[in-house]
Design a protein around this ligand. Sequence first.
Ligand code: ADP
Ligand code: MG
Ligand code: MG
Length: 885
Amino acid sequence: TQTVYTFGGAADHSDPRQRDKTVTGGKGANLAEMAEIGLPVPPGFTITTEECVRYLQEGAAFSDKLHADVATALAHIEQAVGKSFGDAGDPLLVSVRSGARVSMPGMMDTVLNLGLNDETVQGLAKTSGDDRFAWDSYRRFIQMYSDVVLGLDHGAFEEALEIAKEDRGYFTDTELSADDLRELVSEYKSIAESELGQPFPQDVNEQLWGAIRAVFDSWDSDRAKVYRRLNSIPGDWGTAVNVQAMVFGNMGETSATGVAFTRDPSTGERAYYGEWLVNAQGEDVVAGIRTPQYLTKARREAAGAELPSMEEAMPAAYAELARVFDLLEAHYRDMQDIEFTVQQGKLWMLQTRSGKRTAKAALKMAVDMVGEGLISEEEAILRVDPMALDQLLHPTLDPDAPRDELGKGLPASPGAASGKIVLDADTAELWSNREEDVILVRVETSPEDIHGMHAARGILTARGGMTSHAAVVARGMGRPCVSGASAVSINMTDRTLQIGSRSLKEGDVITLDGATGQIMGGRVPTIEPELAGDFGVLMEWADRHRRMGVRTNAETPEDCRTARGFGAEGIGLCRTEHMFFDAARISAVRAMILAENEEGRRAALARLLPEQRSDFVEIFHTMAGLPCTIRLLDPPLHEFLPTRDEEFEELSETLGLGVDHLKRRAGELHEFNPMLGHRGCRLGITFPEIYEMQARAIFEAACEVTAEGGDPVVPEVMIPLVATRKELEILRALVDRVAAEVFAEKGASVDYLVGTMIELPRAALMAGEIAKEAKFFSFGTNDLTQTALGVSRDDAGRFLGPYVDKGIYERDPFVSLDVDGVGQLVEIAAERGRATRPEIKLGICGEHGGDPESIMFCEKVGLDYVSASPYRVPIARLAAAQAAL
Ligand code: ADP
Ligand code: MG
Ligand code: MG
């Protein structure tokens, strides 16, 4: 297999591996594809991700084959450009760029202008006829290479640049003359030499291999690992390396560089969108060093900006760019995110990829593109990341609420967020771990800030455009972001900040509106989201294409209403214990638990019966005939017990029993390992009166609602934590008996089912037997994961992070089902349950029921439905449709 693929010039792009992102990375695959469809791409080559993986496995060693293949590929570039690498007279310069399978913003830095040294810089000056340009390029190269490849601190270089400007009374970099820059270069070289202990590398091949090595190594850098963990990217993919002939956006007023989207990535609107800078190179736009200009005239006018748009300043190059936009959209049939450079009037394409977008934009584009005939309904369903819907389901700022506007920045990532100001990423993480809402405020963000951005509700930066690091990462994470708010100035010494005329300090509360760029003092009230429009359309398509049902986990009428609003088709899990915590009831619950004997327990239960019945009446009314699975009491009893002295005293008064006595009874209930203790159906076996009361409440409520003329209710009574058929046999008989009693008393009856949770490995294995007693199984994958892995969910926090980092588990098994292990138990149980009872209803009610990857698995196993928490219902609907396609 090939280790290197060439692109551009006369390269042959016919090997399908070259356009496979898993082999050449996203950047490399798309560069080849653009070259293939005839777009102007500077020639170059891509070293495969496989070589990166091999290099990392083999202790950071390059193979001989790679050395040879790179030499051949370099000759391809030299031939296509007509220049030679390292040629003192007319040097070829290249960029060295990383490119993994999926884009990892800012994770691995690009080196530009590689191939410059004390000799080739002269050649570049001569052939370009522009001394200033040549020395500026060399200066940039030394700084970038020192930072990215040699790991030197860039602060010293920046300082030298600042001093050079100050000494000469300049304000901007562009005022530096060729001679100034030549002096600066020699200063840069001595900075590098003093830090390195050896001269800055002059050998161009050494430069090239150093950069290739740096790209490979960066795959395993800490910040790359953090990003991968947050985004569930496997650690064994590796990154490709792209080496590409340089084109120069810094050759004067007819040259430029920019980034653009074929549609608006914030709103999804069908309008070109982007930023550019005249006489600038690559990273200048993204780094937020100069404030970029608008691409289109319409945008510039809307923003009231002074500097001309590209459409106005370079109409020919802009027209060519617009043509390329349309070609790319038609070719990829998706919104593209593009990087380009104009060298002396000629447009060059440097990158294209499917653009990141907000959830709102993703929806709009998917629906619009179906309308435009660009994609099919099925493709539209597959285009939208179910998890991204989460952003749309949450409240936005109330447009009618008063706003104390402090200032304004760019609307970099939509959504509203309020929280306390924090000035660095570590503080953001610390405070957010204390359950505080925080807004991370930085001059600009860098990859080192990612954990803080993740911890924050929103992000505010003083510098940087719509495509700055902060903006791109925030959009990806779904965090509201306001960037480039130049009115913000931060004082890190006394941890204060100024926004316009107002002084604030760390800890003060502000609100961001990422859709308008507004920054407001204090907390602004929010309103519920709009679920019609594009959202409704896409959901309708999803419902048409999915096979599995989607239910919700809910126990309050309010949750039921929310879930129904989101399209839930029933309740998959109603946890009855939540109903016991109510302040008005807890004393009866405690009296029941602390009772000395059955008689005492029955007296207390009699007080709970009407309460529990009215809960079910309300729920059945709300669910209006949809199926409702109700789980009988599950947690160990001691969870309901008082802990504080006042509580004991209060209870002592109500029950007329001494505090000491109560404390002793409570002590008796203590368990060493309650998760595996006296809970679930074990309670029903030992205290049948508890389950009797609950069953009675369910049936009485069902009869009542039906008698009132409500839609007929079919309760599904679910017995938790069953391990043996016998347990279920006993408890099913109990439920049947109570049902018969209630129906006889009422002279009416309702249909009902009795079933069980499958949440113990033994139950999964014995599912064939258990199914003889069960009309349905619901996989309780939270407990099933705990018991199959032998990992307590409540204690996993201490070690699961490192486990995921080391790739022991690919993802947190409590978030995304461990398909390989726990998944087998689900499969076995489904198969054996069906063998006994072909029509058995199968569902999942663990946290995993709202996780798209786990939903994919549920489809594969052929479950009948998934059940998710109310806000996850739309996510589950979309994920179920994707799984079915
Ligand atoms: P990232 O993945 O961080 O976007 P890139 O490899 O795309 O990094 O490089 C960043 C920028 O560097 C590009 O947008 C482009 O402007 C510039 N660049 C990269 N390669 C070249 C090149 N061969 N000629 C000119 N500019 C380049
Ligand atoms: Mg790029
Ligand atoms: Mg459970």
